[in-house]
Design a protein around this ligand. Structure first.
Ligand SMILES: [Zn+2]
Length: 85
C-alpha cells in the first residue's frame, strides 16, 4: 500500500487542448502556489464548499483562475487532482 498521495493528471492529447477535468466526490485537490510555494490539500468538504460557489461541475483547469493563494495573494496557483484512497 502506498502511503502518501499520488498525483493523477491525465496527459494532454498532442496538439489539442485537454478536455476539462471534472472534480468528483471522493477526490482531493492538491493546490500549490507557484509564487511562494504555499501548498494545501483540499479535502472533499472543502471541494464541496467550492462546488457550492462554482457549481457542481467545475473543471480543475478553471480553478487557478478562481483561486488565490491565502498566504501571499498570488493568483499563480497550480491545481492537481488526486484520487482519495
Ligand atoms: Zn502564495
Amino acid at each position: 500500500m502506498a502511503d502518501g498521495p499520488s498525483f493523477n493528471a491525465p496527459p494532454p492529447a498532442e496538439g489539442r487542448t485537454a478536455p476539462p477535468v471534472i472534480v468528483r466526490a471522493g477526490e482531493r485537490l492538491a493546490v500549490s502556489c507557484l509564487f511562494c510555494r504555499h501548498f494545501v490539500w483540499m479535502a472533499p468538504p472543502e471541494i464541496a464548499e467550492l462546488a457550492k460557489r462554482l457549481g457542481d461541475d467545475f473543471a480543475t483547469p478553471d480553478l487557478p483562475r478562481r483561486l488565490k493563494c491565502s498566504k501571499c495573494g498570488s493568483r499563480r496557483v497550480d491545481v492537481r487532482r488526486s484520487h482519495a484512497g
